[in-house]
Design a protein around this ligand. Structure first.
Ligand code: ANZ
Ligand code: ZN
Length: 863
């Protein structure tokens, strides 16, 4: 038969869907709801196949749940603020707004081409003033609830570009664009008080049983709850006049207190700062430390360095032991108290430091059973379990017992206390950028910093901005920031910082419930749809985005907007699509159409014939020229081919290798499926023909395969095992194909079973390759759309592996047949027999006296 022209037919089906408005979210009903969401894209230019795998998974879930009878919400939008738009403005002179909305238009078209069942009426971009107006409203609510504040904070400052840089824009201590050595500056910054929810965010993780374990663990570590102890060390030596008498350290290993051999403070600790006033060398050292940057990773990687202040800290339990006090680059001001006692034997950083400055290494914890004489610390600190020794009154105690003892003593003596610290910091949301949500605050010389009035929202971005001068265009706009104070009317200035784009993505999922509301969310709609039942996205967002969204949900709950804590009940993190890369001998990246494969298995450049270096399975990136544009695939093979291919072979959480062979394989399957349906269609009974009384063996056999396929694929889709669902469907298709080899159409029962099989396979592929699904459904004679069909339900009797059929009698008269597993227990056979409709009828009102079961033969119900 004729080939199925996918690209052409797909266009037709998409038009039918559009005309019948089938993707519209249903009105409120009694049906259960299901909210499926994929992390919304950044409109960078074009959709990339890597994205489409993610959206295909979401689409399969959305279509499957819809068939299961759920009201499904499946929206799409754009995470549209951010640096790349400004970079494009600087590089190409396009306005960020124009650049962004043009990209959105292109990418929307590409997503529509993939046939995703998305409710486009709910679309929005975070740079739409309607969206950020509501975000500004939320900001003001946060302010009222004391969830926003302003304080000085360190930022990376690029002295050439005159701009603040994000940590990831600092590369080896230099500005990513200017190449200038980055400085640390203190600037007033806005913060969200996420730490108020630290405990709550931690505890909530336990309820997220449909999240990957590794993501929960990453969040847990990020929040980083530590139960420890604050200990005050008396200072001696030449202390600056304004310095306190004690050095407060935070430790989680107070059991190792007798192993302390030095103390260290952060370069920006107040004590370091005041010492530096008198000491130019220390000033230089501090400046050097600050060049490492503010990111924890950078600090972790840097070589451990210190500067001896000359001060001494007196050991709290050993009066005659005086510890040197260093300023050290590995101590962070932002954690604990910004000061530590160092115990080199049991902490690796301390050990590296001690080796460098020739400090004492004194082990105080020894593994149980080890010999104290021969137990030595080499280049690795001992951080394992054991008991305490070399520690006077602590000797012999376990680590936990020793901690308990020290904490109690410290509290009794008033030289410290038990403390819980979190690694989690408040969230700095200020960005000195143009293309972001303006912070709705006003600086008045008389009234201070006050909120813009709600009725004046949104504080809209000006469009006439210039990117010629370095720095924040909002700041040097001639008029925008000049306003009158809403309180006193005097001349005032708008805040020119905009919000971190992570703010935009922290509540968009809630906005989708009522995207046009003139409040951030409409309560009834949010109550109807939230939480998101299935969220799908990249593991790169496992920490910040998800944590911020969880924070926003809690904050919005406390402000009365929402009635839940956890925004995402189910989370799935998908793997990437990877692709070979090709590099010429001179090191240039080549695109796949510049190379060919020789017969003896080499890869060569088409133009020159010279050999090419192949990089296997690398992440797709424009610079390596190994990206695949979904539009090319859609035009050549059809969207279904791309959809089928991306979910085949690899488990969805793993990476999948993009190969031409794989794409062709998917295309061939779709051809095979449509051929199976088309070739059989004319010989099938009419749709809706009642089932024959009984089935011959080959027909029965086909029916079993059909019902088993339904059962198996359902289970796989429920568990998001798309590749396994596809494998089951392949097997089922082979079964149908071999059944079609026989003379099935002459036998009405077999023909009936064939229709059933073809309907089932069409329904099963529907969520994955929806265009081909509609095509087959129509070829099976239906005028209705497949997308509106309920999901098929397998008959239990046909699922039984080794089934037999036995007669059921009532008072000795044959009344029914029972199909049941050959090795069913007597009780099971009895129960199944009594459930039969015809047995009920035969019994009427008479009570059952006895049931006689002859296994594998007969059941007699005696009334
Ligand atoms: C003494 C000690 C001995 C420590 C030992 C560890 C091992 P967690 O558990 O992650 O909370 N620390 C405290 N404040 C710090 C800061 N601002 N910058 C860098 N390090 C800091 O980490 C707590 C431990 O990290 C503390 O316990 C402290 O070192 C260090 F064998 O105190 B410990
Ligand atoms: Zn004022």
């Amino acid at each position: 038969s004729e080939r199925y022209n996918a690209p052409e037919r797909e266009k037709y089906w998409r038009q039918v869907w559009r005309e019948q408005d089938v993707f519209r979210t249903p009105e409120m009903s009694d049906r259960p709801k299901y909210y499926v969401l994929e992390m919304f894209p950044y409109p960078s230019g074009r959709i990339h196949v890597g994205h489409t795998r993610n959206y295909t998974m979401g689409d399969v879930v959305a279509r499957y749940k819809r068939a299961q009878g759920y009201d499904v919400l499946h929206p799409m939008g754009w995470d549209a603020f951010g640096m790349p738009a400004e970079n494009a403005a600087m590089a190409k002179g396009v306005h960020p707004k124009e650049w962004t909305y043009e990209n959105i238009a292109t990418m929307r078209g590409q997503l529509q081409e993939m046939g995703f069942a998305l409710d486009w009426d709910r679309e929005f971009a975070t740079c739409d003033p309607e969206y950020y107006a509501q975000q500004q409203k939320l900001f003001l609510d946060f302010l009222k609830h004391d969830l926003v504040y302003r304080r000085m904070a360190r930022v990376n400052w690029d002295p050439v570009d005159q701009t603040v840089l994000a940590n990831e824009q600092v590369i080896d201590g230099r500005g990513w664009r200017s190449g200038a050595v980055v400085e640390q500056r203190e600037l007033p910054q806005w913060f969200f008080r996420i730490t108020r929810y630290a405990d709550d965010l931690l505890e909530g993780l336990d309820t997220l049983d449909r999240w990957p374990e590794k993501v929960r663990l990453m969040q847990k570590n990020w929040i980083g709850k530590s139960e420890g102890c604050l200990i005050k060390f008396k200072l001696s030596g030449d202390r600056p006049a304004d310095a306190p008498e004690t050095l407060d350290v935070f430790t989680t290993r107070h059991d190792t207190i007798f192993g302390a051999t030095f103390c260290a403070i952060a370069p920006n600790h107040p004590l370091a700062q005041s010492l530096a006033e008198q000491d130019p060398n220390l000033r230089d050292f501090i400046a050097e430390c600050q060049r490492i940057g503010t990111s924890e990773e950078a600090i972790e990687r840097a070589e451990k360095k210190g500067y001896d202040t000359g001060l001494k800290a007196i050991h709290p339990f050993k009066r005659n032991s005086r510890l040197r006090v260093f300023v050290a680059n590995f101590v962070l001001m932002e954690y604990g108290t910004g000061a530590i006692f160092g115990c080199p034997a049991h902490d690796q950083r301390d050990l590296d430091f001690a080796r460098k400055y020739r400090l004492n290494v004194k082990p105080v914890v020894i593994p149980d059973g080890a010999d104290p004489e021969s137990f030595k610390i080499g280049s690795e600190a001992y951080t394992g379990p054991g008991h305490i020794y070399n520690s006077e009154f602590l000797d012999g105690l376990s680590v936990d017992e020793a901690k308990e003892k020290i904490a109690t003593l410290v509290e009794e003596r008033g030289i410290g206390e038990r403390q819980v610290k979190f690694r989690l910091r408040d969230w700095g949301v200020s960005r000195q950028r143009y293309w972001g949500c303006p912070i709705p605050m006003i600086h008045c010389p008389t009234c201070g910093i006050i909120p813009e009035r709600e009725e004046n929202l949104p504080v809209q971005l000006p469009e006439d901005v210039s990117f010629e001068k370095p720095g924040n265009p909002l700041d040097h706009h001639p008029t925008w920031k000049h306003v009158h104070c809403p309180e006193c009317g005097s001349e005032a200035e708008r805040e020119t910082d905009t919000l971190d784009t992570f703010v935009d993505s922290s509540w968009y999922f809630a906005r989708f419930c009522s995207p046009r509301a003139d409040t951030p969310v409409e309560k009834t709609e949010a109550d109807r749809w939230l939480p998101v039942d299935q969220y799908i996205g990249g593991v790169e967002h496992a920490i910040l985005h998800l944590l911020y969204a969880r924070f926003f949900t809690r904050a919005m709950r406390d402000m009365g907007y929402l009635d839940l804590e956890e925004p995402f009940a189910g989370l799935f993190t998908q793997g990437m699509i990877v692709h070979d890369t090709y590099r010429s001998q001179s090191g240039e990246w080549l695109s796949p159409d510049q190379v060919r494969f020789t017969e003896d298995g080499k890869t060569v450049e088409i133009d020159t014939g010279s050999p090419v270096t192949v990089g296997h399975a690398e992440k797709m990136s424009k610079s390596k020229r190994n990206t695949v544009d979904p539009t090319d695939i859609v035009e050549r093979f059809g969207a279904d081919t791309a959809r089928w291919f991306m979910l085949s072979d690899s488990p969805p959480e793993r990476d999948v290798q993009w190969t031409d062979a794989g794409v062709e394989g998917a295309w061939r399957f779709i051809q095979k499926l449509t051929r199976l349906v088309t070739d059989a269609a004319d010989a099938l009974p009419e749709q809706g023909t009642p089932a024959p009384e009984s089935f011959s063996n080959p027909a029965e056999d086909l029916r079993r395969a059909s019902h088993r396929a339904v059962k198996a694929v359902t289970g796989d889709l429920e568990a998001l095992r798309f590749n396994r669902a596809i494998a089951q469907i392949h097997e089922f298709a082979n079964k149908i194909a071999s059944a079609q080899q026989s003379d099935w159409h002459d036998q009405p029962d077999f023909a009936w079973a064939m229709r059933e099989a073809l309907e089932f396979i069409t329904q099963l592929v529907g969520p994955i390759i929806p265009h081909a699904g509609e095509e087959c459904w129509a070829r099976l004679g239906y005028n209705s759309l497949l997308i509106n069909q309920p999901w098929p339900e397998p008959e239990d009797a046909l699922l039984i592996d080794d089934a037999i059929t036995i007669a059921v009698q009532v008072n000795g008269k044959r009344r029914a047949e029972l199909t049941i597993s050959r090795d069913a227990e007597k009780e099971e056979v009895e129960r199944a027999a009594l459930e039969l409709e015809s047995v009920h009828r035969a019994l009427g009102d008479r009570p059952v006296k006895r049931v006689i079961v002859v296994p594998q033969r007969i059941v007699n119900v005696v009334a």
